[in-house]
Write a protein of this length. Structure first.
Lengths: 421, 284
């Protein structure tokens, strides 16, 4: 007898193994088809645009496309400490003339000016000379160009043009960290008094860290109380956590604006108990204090809910066992209860930290100048300066940080363990 | 939380300190919401409690800001409310459909790359809103959907689906798949099985995910600020503008209405959660 006849066959005569594999595959496809609409939707409208942000943040094609002949000619420019050869000058001249025809020479001047100060005026001067037809295209263009302005004789300006040749640049990312490409192509630091972005990054981290800390120290006791109280009391108290959770963020921010203003209730209270003089009420809004207080209250439910769901599963008899074995309540708490709540602490802290690090609305409203965070800066560049590539670069830097935390969170707790309400 | 009679004094003291701390935290959480309520009935234009209000003088209270909210000519609250509801309702429907289907697929044990796909589907909830805002704005601008209702609805579906996916997957985790197999063996087609068997059982999870999606859309301001034109103004945008420029009591009237709305949503969410736990046989 051959081995084939020993195989178990289904009623249709197909080997069971094959039939089973077929069914498995069918189920796999079925499951995937259910997920596919949302997955496709998100990939098109969300994941690709984030990739688009990356392309924008490194994109520097504009100038590459504006001066094609120049960059081609520059390939032959060998000794970079000396002025480039005649071909580069003439190539630049013809590229520039073409731009003048398309009326795009202004953009070129601005872009080059960012690379090295002084380009704006010398391109304008060149423009005037071209318009007056002062440049003889049959003669030596290098000599004529050098006469237009003395800066065209300086090798630094030609080096600056060469630096803009690659179609991609990391300059925006460096700018986000208060650094830039120096004349020789190395990375340099911005002067100390102009390092605004580093201050913002540090402040964002600091505020996110302390808000997480405050939320933990306030959230832990009440989560414990909610988990240990009898159902009928804890349900009532749970409303205190859930109502703010469901209430509009702007409403909660508005209420803090009212409470913290100089004539507000918190100041009234301080005056009443004699902590501060009536004519010397402290400013509690439009600074870090306001940001801390409002953000802590707004994010506290996100700390309490994961803690509560973990604490709820801890049996009270464990604490009793700890105590009956001779531990004081403190020892029993520290050695038995606390270690069991660590998954909840991890979940709550990471959730609050991730949310806090990207906060935008509340700091913008109650933060004032010293309470603004990196998100506010991104919004500022998106809306006011319209430097979208810089906004994208900073957004992606922030995103990288958040994804690292998310990854840790996923390893520690698992995303599918997120509980809501 | 009554203490046993044998508790030592120092633990007794500690216990009362603990209760006091908790009380303060609860007040910190809930009190700010109650400041808005009385001030929205202020007869004066200032956002502080007047002498009359402190003495409970009836003349110090009025409904003028509610009147201003509804009939005020300069206030686009009517348009904003209409837009907010339309956008939130369509975004909720979209999120529920896409999210529930995806959750059904994800809960199948045959699903390949489950972790990766789940992480992708949840990502709009984790990625900071400002980044989502920038990315979605780039997409909508390219697709020509900026400053349209459609664009905002699509954006809110992106932000709302993670909640539906999470709640429905949670409901499905306790789901007994033998009932759907039983239905199939009795000759029901998959669609019929879903409508008659699965959906009624997971409905509490679907609705509570839908509530999250609704609130997310209704309260969303960061992404809308990038996308909305003058005609797409929503309640959060109006509040944002109002809070930035000048805090007027009309905003407090709107805020009071929003608090009432969130209370209603909280109650329905709680009722649903209990019903879901009962249906799934979880007794706590």
């Amino acid at each position: 007898m051959s081995s084939e006849t020993k195989q178990i066959l289904t009623t249709d005569g197909i080997p069971l193994e094959v039939s089973l594999k077929k069914a498995e595959k069918k189920n796999k496809i079925k499951a995937f088809l259910l997920v596919a609409p949302l997955l496709l939707f998100l990939i098109i409208t969300y994941i690709f645009p984030i990739g688009d942000m990356f392309m924008r943040s490194v994109d520097d094609k504009m100038i590459t496309n504006m001066l094609p002949k120049t960059f081609k000619a520059m390939e032959k420019w060998e000794n970079l400490d000396e002025l480039p050869p005649e071909e580069v000058f003439s190539a630049f001249y013809f590229d520039f003339k073409l731009l003048v025809k398309k009326q795009e020479q202004g953009k070129l001047g601005q872009r080059l000016n960012k690379e090295k100060n002084g380009f704006n005026s010398i391109t304008k001067k060149l423009l005037r000379q071209i318009k007056r037809k002062k440049i003889d295209e049959n003669a030596n263009i290098k000599e004529q160009l050098m006469k237009v302005h003395k800066r065209w004789r300086s090798v630094e300006y030609w080096q600056a043009i060469k630096r803009t040749a690659p179609p991609y640049t990391m300059a925006k990312y460096l700018k986000g960290m208060d650094m830039y490409f120096a004349a020789d192509g190395s990375v340099a630091q911005v002067e100390e008094d102009r390092r605004i972005h580093r201050i913002l990054w540090l402040r964002t981290l600091e505020i996110a860290f302390f808000v997480t800390l405050f939320c933990f120290f306030m959230g832990y006791p009440i989560a414990h109380l909610l988990a240990t109280l009898p159902m009928k009391y804890s349900n009532l108290l749970m409303i205190c956590v859930l109502l703010p959770f469901w209430t509009s963020l702007l409403v909660r921010t508005a209420s803090w604006m009212i409470l913290l203003q100089q004539q507000g209730l918190v100041n009234d209270f301080f005056v009443m108990i004699g902590l501060v003089a009536d004519d010397n009420r402290p400013e509690m809004m439009y600074n870090k204090v306001g940001t801390y207080v409002a953000m802590t209250q707004i994010l506290l439910p996100f700390m309490v809910l994961p803690l509560y769901s973990v604490m709820k599963t801890i049996s009270p008899s464990l604490m009793r066992a700890g105590k009956s074995l001779g531990g004081t309540p403190f020892v029993a708490f520290w050695k038995v209860y606390f270690p069991l709540t660590i998954p909840g602490i991890g979940a709550g802290c990471l959730l609050v930290f991730i949310l806090a690090i990207g906060y935008y609305i509340t700091p913008a409203l109650v933060g004032g100048a010293s309470g603004t965070l990196i998100s506010n800066q991104i919004a500022f560049h998106m809306k006011t300066t319209l430097d979208w590539s810089f906004a994208s670069a900073m957004g992606l830097m922030l995103l990288t940080g958040v994804l690292v935390i998310y990854w840790i969170y996923n390893k520690l707790v698992g995303v599918d363990n997120i509980k809501l309400g | 939380m009554a203490l046993p009679s044998y508790t030592e004094t120092r633990y007794r003291v500690w216990h009362y300190i603990y209760i006091t701390i908790c009380a303060f935290v609860f007040i910190f959480l809930i009190a700010p919401l109650f400041v808005i309520f009385p001030l929205s009935f202020n007869a004066e234009e200032f956002l502080v409690f007047s002498e009359g209000m402190k003495n409970l003088d009836p003349d110090a209270f009025s409904l003028r800001w509610y009147n201003d909210m509804i009939y005020g000519t300069k206030n686009p609250w009517g348009l904003a409310a209409k837009n907010s509801f339309i956008i939130a309702i369509f975004a909720t429907i979209g999120s529920i459909i896409l999210g529930t289907l995806a959750a059904l697929g994800l809960s199948s044990r045959h699903m390949p790359y489950k972790g990766l796909i789940m992480a992708t589907l949840i990502s709009p909830m984790i990625v900071p809103l400002i980044i989502s805002g920038v990315a979605i704005f780039f997409f909508m601008a390219k697709a020509g959907l900026a400053a349209t209702h459609t664009g905002i609805v699509l954006a809110h579906i992106i932000l709302g689906t993670p909640f539906v996916v999470i709640t429905v997957t949670a409901t499905l985790s306790g789901f007994d798949h033998s009932v759907t197999r039983a239905a199939a063996s009795l000759g029901s087609n998959p669609v019929n099985t879903f409508m008659k068997i699965t959906l009624p059982l997971i409905l509490p999870g679907v609705i509570s995910g839908g509530l999250f999606a609704f609130v997310t859309s209704f309260d969303e301001v960061v992404v809308v600020l990038f996308l909305a034109g003058l005609e797409n103004t929503t309640i959060p945008i109006q509040m944002w503008t109002g809070l930035r420029e000048q805090l007027s009591p009309t905003i407090l009237a709107v805020a009071t209405c929003l608090i009432i709305l969130s209370t209603l949503i909280l109650i329905s969410a709680e009722l649903l959660r209990r019903r879901s736990e009962r249906l799934r046989g979880i007794n706590r």
